[in-house]
Design a protein around this ligand. Structure first.
Ligand code: SAM
Length: 216
């Protein structure tokens, strides 16, 4: 089962802003300056595509962007965004079902990995890693709960219940992807937290060495 965000697409951005102010947006904007000119980029789960406008402010041409998004309604909104003269290819498909071609210089997963069960997370991680160039960057932004923060655990639970009731998510719990980044040999190059540490953005650089393949 894949979660489908179609039912929330018309009000997703308004809701995100009402709950988190500008934090979701800032967490993604923080990552973007590492994008090199003329690069090949994969964005998975970009939602209504606000990130495309932010990328366009940094590079308004020369980029080749593949935008994979499971929700047709999110894609329809993303297509209306200002994207300059960058070359964009929109794919309305679950990333698990899409056969990626070739290697990317940058992969962006903005609040995507929190949608996955532990098993899907491992599969999608391996799939994306297979298509990122050595030395390339994986731009990660997502929720992050400190065990001692009951208020954050509560808010996260509410969010899972809310999105599950409307979108049918495949998990009701957040699975920590950072051990996978470490195991696959990624190195954090830049990192920042937002919204009192509830949101974490990390620029991971792919060093290309699997540290502990037995546990993958
Ligand atoms: C929490 S929303 C984040 C949207 C946007 N990145 C943002 O930060 O505003 C997650 C997005 O991932 C998409 N998504 C969820 N599962 C997906 C999958 N398996 N493949 C591709 N996109 C997926 C949803 O449709 C949704 O747009």
């Amino acid at each position: 089962m894949h979660g489908n965000y179609d039912p929330v697409a018309p009000f997703y951005d308004i809701l995100a802003r009402a709950v988190f102010g500008n934090a979701i947006h800032k967490a993604q904007k923080f990552l973007l300056p590492v994008i090199p000119p003329e690069s090949k980029i994969l964005i998975v789960g970009g939602g209504t595509g606000r990130i495309l406008e932010e990328i366009c402010k940094l590079h308004c041409n020369g980029l080749s962007i593949t935008y994979v998004e499971i929700s047709a309604k999110m894609i329809a909104r993303a297509k209306r965004r200002k994207k300059g003269r960058n070359n964009l290819s929109f794919i309305n498909e679950a990333i698990q079902n899409f056969q990626l071609q070739g290697l990317y210089d940058v992969i962006i997963t903005p609040f995507l990995l929190d949608n996955f069960s532990a098993e899907t997370l491992r599969k999608v991680f391996r799939q994306l890693d297979n298509h990122l160039n050595k030395g390339g960057h994986w731009l990660f932004a997502d929720f992050h709960v400190r065990n001692n923060k009951a208020s954050q655990r509560f808010l996260l639970k509410l969010m899972y219940l809310f999105f599950n009731s409307l979108c049918g998510l495949e998990t009701l719990a957040l699975h920590d992807p950072h051990p996978l980044f470490r195991q696959y040999g990624y190195v954090p190059a830049m990192e920042k937290t937002f919204y009192r540490d509830f949101i974490r953005s990390v620029v991971y650089r792919k060093a290309g060495k699997i540290l502990n393949p037995g546990s993958l």
